[in-house]
Design a protein around this ligand. Structure first.
Ligand SMILES: [Zn+2]
Ligand SMILES: [Zn+2]
Length: 681
């Protein structure tokens, strides 16, 4: 029987998989009291989790067969007691009989796990029956072939969930982890996931009848421009929003995607999928979840785990700078809707769409998203922002994009650098930065680098570390880190498996010592320290937000250091139209910036440099190579029939489209405007 084409309602589906599961797992021995569908997952409720230790492989086989993640937990007794107090009591007795009390369980866990794992935290969650173990080396906790994990389950009766203890302390990661353990959050998510399950596990009418459907993309924002990215993907049965961004620096009427068109109804959206955390792909979440827009969204948000954490950081920073009341949201209202998905894991998100993320190489957690529509009917991928740098010798923060889509008919791609070929490589950029720092050192001057909190800052930090390690810059020049950059860096170190091999190995080997604290100095929120730095004689490098000089501590540094012609301001990232950064880059030497709450005219006499090559976007040659590499897989499931180009200035999109016309045999190449709909099939 094909478990993927479902017959009837979600209940019918649950019944059919229950049969399948109970034929493999003995209900009485395992004390299973219920089975349920949570989103795309199957949840088994048991009173004796420990017994599952002997059925670990069986569950893996079942998950493969059903193409579903299977998790076990204990029933939520508080919820059961609301309906049936006696049953809840009886369940509680059995559960307690079958597992060790927390104190005893803790001792057993510490005995099982070798010292070198570096266990930092053990937290028991009564509601789900899980024990959260945070360790410096989670792999050691899990053990070979999950051996330790299974032993913990067997010997304590608690279900282990193992997390990496962030090598650099990250308050945000702790806030988020603590948030998901709250009972009210668990209850909200249970209700949401059950609702999703009811929606996605139903019969797809057109699929069952063997009918054809259509697939359309409506451009709500980010077409023929950079900013407010938002695509609406529709099929006969699905409405999915891919990204939901704002345009920083745009006037209010052009800040958000065009949600007001008649055919768009937020309440009918099945899912929001985020490619990555940058605000031009996520900022409008504040608008649609604030309760101040006409409609509010009440569904799930899918992204990778690092994207979730970075999103929290970026939205928090943005809200603290923005005075618009309609952009003030409780971030918890976003967090509780987020369902994280790893690269390469395939998930049903609607009755006829299955989704998979692939590494995009742009920032930590960034993803290309692939939609598999209707059992082999049609495949479309959105690149999101991506980087495809396979040449640089200086090691980078992230590995290049990995578009390992098994099948493809349509590609929606970014073209930020779709214009003429750029020559600067990452290696050139790092060398140039080395020159600038050495020069400043000789002159005892300051190097000010405005950089985006996420991505560029870390790339620059690792580049500086590389230059130091190779003695290409003096060792005694301090590197000051301001804004939320240090916090973002801490989040990076929590996800080594998402980073390049070079950086991953550094984190494994050095942990929190990856950035020597005597050299890389975090001055976030320390105004006195900031004043000390600007009045101190001697050379220094200052990496600070914001990347396009439209807010943040960079203002103060320019105010205090901008008049000294020995100092240098170094641009390492894209400066959007309308930002102060762009005006300076275009030659402006007097700028008006707020200092201590007063608009102040500042004359810039310092040197101004732009170092090309650090960008997290694919340069023109990388865009071309990306398409050529995909095209080389023609005949292996990849057919580039439809290509849609967006996320770029009009001239660059045009130039990219011309190249595609000449070099890729696609049926159609389109460069829509905002609000156009493209029918793919
Ligand atoms: Zn981006
Ligand atoms: Zn973008």
């Amino acid at each position: 029987m094909n478990m993927n084409i479902r017959a009837g309602t979600a209940r019918d589906y649950l019944e059919s998989i229950s049969k399948e599961i109970y034929s493999e797992l003995p209900r009485d021995i395992l004390n299973i009291v219920d089975l349920d569908l949570f989103g795309a997952e199957v949840v088994i409720y048991t009173l004796s989790p420990g017994k599952f230790a002997d059925y670990y492989d069986k569950i893996r086989e079942l998950a493969k067969k059903l193409k579903k993640r299977i998790t076990i937990r204990t029933p939520n007794l508080e919820e059961i007691a609301k309906k049936n107090e006696e049953e809840a009591k009886r369940f509680e007795e059995v559960i307690n009989k079958n597992r060790k009390p927390p104190e005893e369980a803790k001792k057993i866990i510490k005995k099982i796990i070798p010292e070198e794992a570096g266990i930092k935290k053990i937290v028991f969650d009564n509601t789900s029956g899980k024990v959260y173990i945070e360790a410096v080396k989670p792999g050691v906790v899990i053990g070979k072939g999950h051996a330790n994990k299974i032993r913990i389950l067997k010997e304590t009766g608690w279900i282990p969930e193992i997390k990496r203890y962030p090598p650099i302390p990250s308050p945000i990661i702790w806030t988020i982890r603590e948030f998901y353990m709250r009972d009210e959050v668990d209850n909200f998510r249970t209700r949401m996931l059950k609702r999703i399950a009811m929606k996605i596990n139903i019969q797809s009418t057109w699929m069952i009848k063997g009918q054809k459907t259509w697939v359309r993309i409506t451009s709500l924002g980010g077409y023929q421009e950079v900013g407010r990215n938002c695509h609406l993907l529709t099929t006969k049965e699905s409405r999915v929003l891919v990204d939901c961004g704002i345009s920083l620096g745009a006037p209010p009427q052009e800040m958000f995607p065009d949600f007001k068109i008649p055919e768009f109804n937020l309440e009918e959206i099945d899912a929001i999928v985020l490619t990555h955390a940058h605000l031009d792909h996520t900022g409008a979440l504040l608008y649609i979840l604030s309760g101040h827009s006409e409609y509010t969204y009440d569904g799930p948000i899918y992204c990778t785990e690092p994207t979730r954490d970075l999103l929290y950081l970026l939205l928090k920073d943005y809200m603290s700078l923005s005075r618009d009341f309609y952009l003030q949201v409780k971030l918890e209202d976003i967090l509780k809707r987020i369902i994280t998905v790893d690269y390469g894991t395939t998930l049903d998100i609607t009755p006829d769409i299955r989704m998979t993320f692939y590494n995009a190489g742009h920032i930590l957690g960034s993803a290309m998203v692939h939609f598999h529509i209707g059992e082999g009917f049609y495949n479309v991928a959105f690149t999101g922002d991506f980087k495809y740098d396979k040449r640089s010798r200086v090691p980078r923060l992230l590995p290049p994009a990995d578009p390992a889509f098994p099948r493809l008919e349509a590609l929606v791609m970014e073209a930020t650098y779709g214009g003429k070929r750029d020559t600067a490589s990452f290696d050139d950029a790092v060398n140039r930065l080395g020159d600038i720092i050495r020069n400043a050192y000789r002159k005892k001057a300051k190097v000010i680098i405005p950089a985006f909190t996420v991505g560029r800052s870390q790339d620059v930090m690792f580049a500086i570390r590389y230059l130091r390690d190779h003695k290409l810059i003096p060792e005694d020049i301090p590197i000051y880190i301001d804004g939320s950059i240090w916090e973002a860096t801490a989040i990076h170190t929590s996800y080594p498996e998402y980073l390049s091999k070079y950086v991953r190995d550094l984190i494994y080997e050095e942990g929190e010592k990856i950035f020597d604290k005597n050299v890389f100095i975090d001055v976030h929120k320390d105004k006195d320290k900031r004043l000390e730095i600007v009045s101190e004689h001697g050379p220094a490098v200052i990496i600070t937000t914001s990347g396009m000089i439209n807010g943040g501590p960079i203002f103060e540094y320019l105010y205090y250091l901008g008049q000294d012609e020995n100092n240098v301001l170094v641009f390492v990232g894209y400066q959007a139209e309308g930002t102060i950064g762009r005006r300076i880059q275009d030659g402006a030497r007097t700028i008006m910036i707020p200092i201590d709450g007063r608009n102040t005219l500042v004359e810039l006499k310092l040197d101004i440099e732009t170092v090309e090559g650090f960008s997290g976007h694919a340069y023109r040659d990388q865009l071309e190579n990306f398409l050529l590499d995909l095209n080389a897989r023609r005949g292996q499931g990849i057919k580039l029939q439809n290509i849609v180009v967006h996320h770029g200035e009009p001239k660059k999109i045009e130039s990219m489209a011309r190249w595609i016309e000449r070099n890729i045999r696609a049926k159609s190449i389109r460069t829509p405007n905002n609000l156009e709909t493209v029918r793919l099939i």
